[in-house]
Design a binder for this molecule. Structure first.
Ligand code: EPZ
Length: 415
């Protein structure tokens, strides 16, 4: 492959900023929105709640002036965990909210106890009945109260949900052991653009001074660091020289450091453009996934594909989610030599991978199988592309434009 690839807006910013738009009753314009199945699904869920949305290309206009307290459709919420991140904004705005519990998914149980406990700390009564999370604020004002909240786990979603709720609460909220992900900062900047008073986003302690209401804004989302990381691995695994932009290199530090560790040269051509050069061979290395600024769990599967072709043994420990190593068995179908014990994968590098039919089990596993297929000798056929389309904006088209031999096969002529 060779050439330049354009990185889209961050999925995990878009989804939570769409929820954040519920905090204001005016028009919000969100730019650089990626074209993803999850974004469409979030739009359907919000419109079921009475929110008006209009999308032209990568610009999304949202108006939540007529938001209803009806229950979002369970069959939609269960497909998109991020929809639960809207409950904080809704209960802050209306004093009442009902949201089906998102339930688990392929990578883990995905509990929401930290979200619930945080809302309770802010004065909401929360009951869970028949799979529905009912939150309401007792008392005449119907307004949440600022609180000091410590998160047992630096949860991205809980940090975002509670930060949104706190923007309209009465008084000061302090969230300690908050998640530091760039998407948390992006959401904070969006809320600040609407008039919220937030300090410390990106650090472990976020302070929010509640205000009575927020106003319209026009905001552009950061580039997707996980899409960028995925293309860096695509370049590495195919020994290609490609450039990619826009990126924010600071958001990619653990990914760039790990690739350089493996022996893949990466140059910053300009403040928002990365340039990856071909590496003769890949050195084995160890990976431990951690909350930001540690190595991102969303890049674990793509790196497992790359390390399956390294010289030597690598050890990958998935410490964030309890069931996010299922792609190992599919990579083994392509000739990799990976053994999984608990949350750890032992990857013994092999000289080549060979094409085979494989099945994607979740979003980043699907990406890992695409990357392995690009490197494998012979043809690889991947099923479960719905996972891929949830989180990557036309990944196959962008790879084709770089010269990769990849095409979508209509199901009825699958070989
Ligand atoms: C966000 O999920 C991302 N999703 C995930 O991206 C990402 O992998 C994850 O953060 C970690 O970075 C969105 O932003 C939409 P967590 P989230 O709460 O918020 C446990 C992708 O591929 N936990 O930080 O759900 C939880 O079970 C997706 O793009 C509780 O125990 O992740 C997990 O083990 C996948 N109780 C750990 O914390 C809670 O109340 C971290 O989860 C909440 C979380």
């Amino acid at each position: 492959m060779r050439g330049h690839v354009k990185i889209s807006g961050a999925k995990n910013s878009a989804l939570v900023i769409m929820a954040g738009a519920l905090l204001c009753s005016g028009d919000c314009r969100i730019r650089n929105v990626p074209s993803l199945a999850d974004v469409k699904l979030m739009g359907q869920i919000l419109s079921a709640l009475g929110v008006h949305l209009q999308q032209q290309g990568d610009i999304l206009d949202i108006n939540a002036s007529e938001i209803k307290t009806s229950i979002a459709p369970y069959e939609l919420v269960t497909q998109l965990r991020a929809s639960f991140f809207a409950i904080g904004a809704i209960v802050a705005r209306l004093g009442v909210a009902q949201m089906p519990l998102p339930g688990g998914c392929a990578i883990g149980a995905r509990p929401v106890d930290l979200h619930v406990r945080g809302l309770q700390a802010m004065g909401a009564e929360v009951q869970i009945e028949h799979g529905i999370c009912n939150a309401y604020v007792p008392g005449r004002s119907g307004r949440l109260k600022g609180a000091r909240i410590y998160l047992d786990i630096a949860s991205v979603g809980a940090t975002e949900n509670l930060m949104m709720a706190a923007t309209l609460a009465e008084g000061e909220t302090i969230i300690e052991n908050a998640a530091r992900e760039p998407e948390v900062v992006d959401l904070a900047n969006f809320c600040i653009a609407m008039g919220a008073k937030i300090k410390g986003a990106g650090t472990s302690t976020i302070t929010i001074d509640g205000v009575p209401q927020l106003h319209s804004t026009d905001y552009s989302i950061i580039p997707d660091r996980i899409e960028a990381g995925t293309f860096l691995v695509a370049g590495a695994i195919t020994h290609s020289e490609i450039t990619l932009s826009p990126v924010i290199p600071e958001h990619l530090l653990p990914i760039i450091a790990k690739l350089r560790d493996i022996g893949v040269p990466i140059i910053e051509d300009s403040p928002d453009c990365l340039h990856i050069l071909s590496a003769e061979a890949f050195r084995a290395t160890d990976i431990e996934t951690l909350p930001y600024p540690g190595f991102p769990t969303d890049m674990q599967a793509p790196f497992m594909a790359l390390l399956s072709l390294a010289e030597g043994d690598s050890l990958i420990n998935e410490s964030v989610f309890e069931n996010r190593l299922r792609h190992a068995s599919e990579l083994n179908r392509l000739g990799a030599d990976i053994r999984v014990k608990g949350n750890t994968a032992f990857v013994r590098g092999v000289p080549i991978l060979s094409g085979a039919p494989v099945l994607a089990t979740d979003l980043r596993a699907a990406a890992a199988l695409v990357l392995a297929g690009l490197a494998a000798e012979g043809q690889t056929t991947i099923q479960g592309l719905r996972h891929l389309d949830r989180g990557y904006d036309r990944l196959d088209i962008k790879l084709q434009q770089l010269g990769a031999k990849i095409q979508r096969v209509p199901v009825d002529i699958r070989v």
